[in-house]
Design a protein around this ligand. Structure first.
Ligand code: SF4
Length: 343
């Protein structure tokens, strides 16, 4: 059995059964443009073909375990269960501007062990298959389609380190950005990583339009080592040098994620250090208010809003653009991996 998102395998099957190639376009149209949810409901292809597809492939491998929407209706968190009983999460964010963003997982669990994150508690369970990544996007796009709106942005910022599952992440981006499939703009897809050194050349060659976000979270090795163990293997200097090469090659802005944790990385002097690190670079900083969760509430707390604003002011004064990320999901177990960890 293979996934409905596996174009190559479906085309091989069609070839073997001497089914004319135009049938694939009809199938593709029904799945991705009309969101028909079962083979047997695809009226544009003959009944025998629908049955053949049902015998040989599957529509969706992920099961919905739990869906929770925030009180204001803006955020929906989906907990999926894989065939081998692992839990992964996606989050739909409906911005007031009408823009919809989906945050997806690329691994079940994560091996990177960032101390402020709920996902590390799971460890790495396994890499997700490309179709498990696509299914998260497909499910959200379908949900929004039923709400008479569309999915515009996808961020690989959920559970896992995307570059540790590069082949599947790559294939999933190719599918979701394919014009005949989910047709997302490459520019509106962002891959977020905390450790990119090894894969960056592949990434800039494969996806020169796709955005890159880097989980920075500290402007020096001392703090970064404490909260992100990966920094000990590959320090900030190496990271920044690699990013300079990336910018030179692509001429694209890098988004730096900076989670604001009280008394850990929010001393105002660090704002100046952050500026020193980023001055003259094609950079944009996203400040993310920390969401405490049950395993960390005693060691990590959210930075008060006025400190985040002061931090942002310092960067602004020195000409580094930044945004304070809106918190849209306080009431639905905000931290990445939190629902899955509970399971
Ligand atoms: S913050 Fe990202 S990279 Fe770090 S442990 Fe969590 S999921 Fe993994």
């Amino acid at each position: 059995m293979f996934s409905i998102h596996d174009e190559e395998k479906i085309k091989d099957l069609f070839k073997e059964k001497k089914i004319p190639p135009f049938r694939y376009s009809q199938l593709e149209n029904a799945i991705y443009k009309n969101f028909v949810e079962d083979f047997l409901d695809i009226q544009t292809i003959p009944k025998e073909l629908r049955e053949l597809l049902k015998e040989n492939s599957f529509y969706c491998s992920l099961e919905i375990d739990h869906i929770v929407t925030s009180d204001n209706g803006q955020t929906t968190k989906i907990l999926f269960k894989t065939k081998d009983w692992l839990f992964i999460e996606s989050v739909i964010m409906r911005h007031l501007t009408g823009r919809n963003t989906l945050c997806i997982s690329s691994q079940a669990g994560c091996p990177m062990a960032c101390s402020f994150c709920a996902t590390w508690k799971l460890g790495l369970q396994r890499n997700l298959e490309f179709y498990e990544i696509v299914e998260q996007v497909y499910y959200a796009a379908n949900m929004l389609y039923k709400e008479w709106t569309i999915l515009r942005n996808v961020v690989y910022m959920g559970m896992g380190e995307p570059f540790l599952n590069y082949a599947n992440v790559k294939k999933s981006i190719e599918i979701i950005c394919n014009q005949k499939k989910l047709n997302l703009s490459n520019r509106r897809v962002t891959v977020s990583t905390c450790w990119i050194i090894k894969w960056i050349v592949d990434f800039w060659n494969d996806f020169s339009q796709t955005s890159l976000a880097v989980s920075l979270h500290a402007p020096n090795d001392e703090i970064r080592n404490k909260i992100m163990p990966v920094n000990k293997a590959s320090n900030l200097e190496t990271l920044m040098k690699t990013l300079d090469d990336y910018v030179e090659k692509t001429n694209k802005r890098v988004f730096y994620e900076y989670i604001m944790i009280n008394w850990v990385n929010d001393d105002i002097r660090l704002a100046r250090e952050l500026w020193e690190l980023l001055k003259g670079k094609l950079a944009h900083v996203n400040f993310i208010p920390y969401n405490a969760w049950e395993w960390t509430w005693w060691s990590f707390n959210a930075t008060p809003r006025f400190i985040i604003e002061k931090f942002q002011k310092v960067l602004e004064n020195y000409g580094v653009p930044s945004t304070i990320r809106a918190t849209m999901w306080d009431d639905i177990d905000a931290a990445c991996g939190q629902l899955a960890s509970k399971k």
